[in-house]
Ligand binder design. Sequence first.
Ligand code: FES
Length: 63
Amino acid sequence: MANYNLQINNKGYRVDVEEDTPLLWVLRDHLGLVGTKYGCGIAQCGACKKVLWETAYEGSKFL
Ligand code: FES
């Protein structure tokens, strides 16, 4: 397990998750932020896309 401090939409969060937990599951399952969806799971559809520092990333790939 690892602790992460996240800043999402100008709100701070602290999570304690396994290091290989995809960002999508952290957002949905740990923080209850269900606006981001799971689609294809293979980084093709863009349903899990997030914007970090003005760059878009697929949330199923990393934390
Ligand atoms: S679920 Fe399809 S790109 Fe992430």
